[in-house]
Structures are given as C-alpha cells and as structure tokens.
Write a protein that binds this ligand. Structure first.
Ligand code: ZN
Length: 510
C-alpha cells in the first residue's frame, strides 16, 4: 500500500481507491494537481461543498503543514482545506509556480481574464500547447465592480486553477485599467505582477482641436518655462526616421503640434511618473512588475506622432514601459471581429511597431482583443510574434454557450434579463449593437439556442450585460451549471482560444 509511513510515490488508481475509504464524499479528483511535496501528498478534489485541497500523510507532518484545514485521523490521515484567501500565501510558498510573475518579456503573451472564476483551467489547457505565456488574472476595477469580486478573489481563482492544472511555467496577474494612485497601490498590495495604467481620462482631448490662440495661452500659463524649453528642444528641428522591411516612417513635429501634444499629455505624464516611482518603491530598484500604458479608451485613435511623443516623454522622465496599448484605427467592439479597413490597420500597426522597436522594444498591446480574427495574421506577422493580446469577455460567452447547451431554460432566463439590462450596461462600452436584429426566443427551439452565440448582436448582448447577470439571483445557478459541466467548459474554451492562437500564427509546442 502506497500511503505508508512516508509517501514517496503514488498512482492515481491507488489514490482513487484510497479516497473511496475516506470518511468524506469525493465527487471527483483533479489528477494533474496531485503531487508529493516534503513527504505529503497534495491535490485538489471536488466535494458536495465545492473544490477543496486535500493533504494526505503522517499526522505530525500534517500538523506542521502551513495550510489551514480540518485534520482527520485515519489510515492514512488527511487534511481538507478550503480554497480560501487565507490559504493562498501558504499555497504560494509551498508551490511557488502558483504565484504570479512578470511575463511580458516573453515574445507572445495573452491576457485571458476570467469573469466567473471557472475559466482558467480551460485557458491553461489551450495555452500550454503553444509558445505563448499567459496573464491569467486580468480584471479591471470596472469589471470587478460589475461582477462583485475583488482583485484578491480574482487572483485567488487564478492561483487555485494553476495548482489544479499543475501549470508550472509562470503566469501573470494584471491590475487592468487602473486610473488612480490608490488603485495602483491596492493592486500592488494584492500581489499583481502587472499594472495597466489607463491614461485616457487624464488626456486633454480638447487641445487637439482648440484654436491656436487658446493653445498659446494654455501653454504659456500651464507649462513651466524651463520644461517648455526642454520639450521643444526634444522634438523640434529634427526628423525621426524609422527603417523597416515594409517601408520607412519619417515623423517631424511643428511647434504648434508639439505644444498641443505637451498639453494633451502633460498631466498624464506626471501621473505616469508618480506611478512608476510608486512601483519602484514597492518592488525595489529594478521594477519587477510589468507596466503597460493604455490609451485605448481615449476617444481618438493614437497617431504614430502621438505615440512617438508619448514614448520620448516617458523615456525623458525615466519611465520604462513593457507594453503600450494605443487606440488603433478602426473599431474594436466587444466580442466580435474588427471593424474597419484592413490596409489602414496594417499600415498604422506597422508604424507603431517601428516606433516601439526603436524606443525600448516594448510590446504593442491589443485590448478588446478576442474574436478579432481578420487582423490576427497582420498582428502576428508584422510584430514578428511579439505582442500582448487581451481577451476576457468571450470566455464568459463560452460559459453562456455551455448553458445554452445544458440548461436551455436558464439560458432563456438569462436572455430575458440581458435584454432588460442592456440599455444600462451599454453605457460603459463603445458598441453599435442593433437589438432589433435579435430574434424573440419564443420562436427558437432549444436545440437552436447554442447557434445564437455565433450571431454578433447576441454575442454583444451577453458580452455587455455580464455584470447584471452575474450579480442577479441567477448567479448561483450559473456557477453551478458551469461547474457541473466544467470539463465541457474547459473543452469549449480550449477550442475558442486555440482558434485565436492559430490565427495569430503562434507555434505549437512539440
Ligand atoms: Zn482596454
């Protein structure tokens, strides 16, 4: 019998047999998670109360083990631990790969995000088959407000899933779209490995169109004369030339344009510097946190000149970034393909890539990145496989698809609720959903429900209303249904994500 005095090896068959003798109801084991560590056997199980971490071994060792749980004296003895926030630090100490680390230095990276806390195993199953590194925890403050979760809970769900799937290659956790020093502080204290600083609300859009006189006045009054001199010197009377194998890019600035850009970015730059210093203080001299700057929620596309101005100004202030999310030309609506001219996108994406390669080789990051199949080949090829792509909401859509397959009446309830809350939810996003294109469900047979999830208006309907649905009384039933079918959910997600990775040209691993 393998579970004698000291555990040295085990087999899943023997383990299953032993668990059947235990005085607890084990509905399922997660075989990948089971492993021996310092003479104890650890692994994840499903009980009627939910997932639990099981530790098996000598009583004395179990008592010394830092995870908190209910110890049961048996042959062999064991301990059942909640997947609680309290048990997270000891988990990360015992199994360091469950702790998020900076990953953006890897060429291709993808942020997956998980709105219900059940999607990460499926993400891992897809990602581990390709040459790409994941940022598994990735939720913005807005998303957490919508779903009623905290950043800590989001990170805990990711860490427990990493343990469940035994994914040891390292993953990131992104405090996404943070807009204030307080939010950044909170994220750092929660242990994120990445900060996405959203500058869009700090940019003064009006200075791009206000009359020249107004610009002169604001520049004279708002910018310190010493700073003004330095800034003008940085940009005027020179040509910025970038050479690449798909053509060259030349940018030069006129005085008025520089003044407009200075005013546009002035407070955003000061804020970025403040955040950068905070990160440095938090992590020691060399920042061990991936830093992304996002402009994607600014009302106007980020022109190459704006990008160049921003990165030179950041460098001038000593701020180093790992990725930048411009607002690209065209529309990146949630849950559907890119809308816009492909050649315009290709040209601007190429220009952004040239600038990023020259000024620190940071990555370009694409937000609202799921389902943008028509531009993936361009992104993969022009960036030479070096990019960050953020997806998230479509994993929730796959959960809705799963529900349509397994629980049609719940799907119908969700559909009704989504329609009634769409107006409120759509205020947060830039979309052009035409609700009149959504068929009344009375006319749709149960067997045809899953196919609805391939229609753009239905995708957007559910994509935007996740908050109302996940905070409604149906939340428990949604989670139960997904958990009951978690293998099918993981399969759907694996298929969904693989499709993305293949279009992006990511190599499969041997
Ligand atoms: Zn974004």
């Amino acid at each position: 019998m393998i579970f004698n005095d000291s555990i040295q090896k085990f087999s899943i068959e023997a383990l299953s047999k032993t668990l059947r003798t235990f005085p607890i109801e084990v509905q399922k084991i997660y075989p990948n998670s089971f492993q021996i560590h310092r003479g104890l056997l650890y692994g994840m199980i499903l009980t009627p109360q939910g997932k639990r971490l099981l530790v098996i071994g000598e009583e004395e060792k179990l008592q010394k083990d830092p995870l908190r749980g209910r110890l049961v004296k048996f042959t062999p003895s064991f301990k059942v631990c909640d997947l609680s926030l309290e048990n997270l630090p000891p988990l990360m100490e015992l199994f360091p790969y469950t702790k998020p680390v900076p990953v953006l230095r890897a060429p291709a990276t993808i942020g997956t995000g998980d709105r219900i806390g059940l999607a990460t195993p499926g993400h891992i199953r897809a990602i581990r088959k390709f040459n790409i590194r994941p940022v598994l925890a990735q939720q913005s403050t807005r998303e957490n407000l919508q779903t009623g979760r905290t950043l800590k809970e989001v990170m805990a769900d990711a860490a427990w899933s990493v343990f469940q799937e035994n994914y040891q290659e390292g993953y990131g956790a992104d405090g996404d779209h943070l807009k204030s020093l307080r939010e950044v502080k909170e994220a750092l204290e929660s242990g994120v490995s990445m900060i996405t600083l959203d500058l869009s609300e700090r940019l003064k859009a009006e200075v791009l169109t206000s009359p020249k006189k107004e610009i002169e006045r604001r520049f004279g009054e708002g910018i310190d004369p010493g700073d003004a001199e330095v800034l003008l010197h940085l940009f005027l009377d020179k040509e910025f030339r970038f050479r690449g194998n798909e053509g060259d890019l030349n940018i030069s600035f006129q005085k008025e344009e520089v003044k407009r850009l200075v005013l546009l970015f002035h407070s955003a730059l000061a804020f970025s510097e403040e955040v950068y210093e905070l990160i440095q203080r938090h992590t020691g001299r060399r920042p061990l946190i991936d830093l992304e700057i996002s402009l994607d929620e600014f009302p106007l596309p980020t022109s190459p000149a704006m990008h160049l101005f921003l990165i030179i100004s950041l460098n001038h202030r000593g701020v180093r970034i790992d990725s930048l999310a411009p607002r690209f030309v065209g529309e990146f609506e949630k849950g559907i393909d890119y809308k816009g001219g492909l050649s315009a996108f290709r040209e601007q994406f190429y220009q952004h890539v040239l600038i990023s390669q020259h000024y620190g080789n940071y990555k370009l990051s694409l937000h609202s990145g799921s389902d943008k199949f028509s531009i993936y080949p361009i992104v993969g090829r022009i960036s030479q496989g070096k990019f960050h792509l953020k997806t998230s909401g479509t994993s929730w859509l796959e959960a809705v698809r799963l529900i349509s397959l397994n629980h049609p009446s719940l799907f119908r309830d969700l559909h009704r609720l989504a329609l009634s809350s769409f107006g409120e939810a759509s205020k947060f996003y830039r979309v052009t959903t035409d609700l009149s294109k959504i068929l009344p469900l009375e006319d749709v047979a149960d067997s045809d429900l899953p196919a609805l999830l391939d229609q753009p208006p239905v995708r957007q309907l559910f994509h935007l209303t996740y908050g109302s649905l996940l905070k409604s009384p149906l939340r428990g039933l949604i989670r139960q249904t997904v958990l009951r079918e978690e293998e099918a959910y993981a399969w759907l997600l694996e298929r969904h994500l693989k499709d993305h990775l293949i279009h992006l040209g990511i190599e499969r691993r041997a």
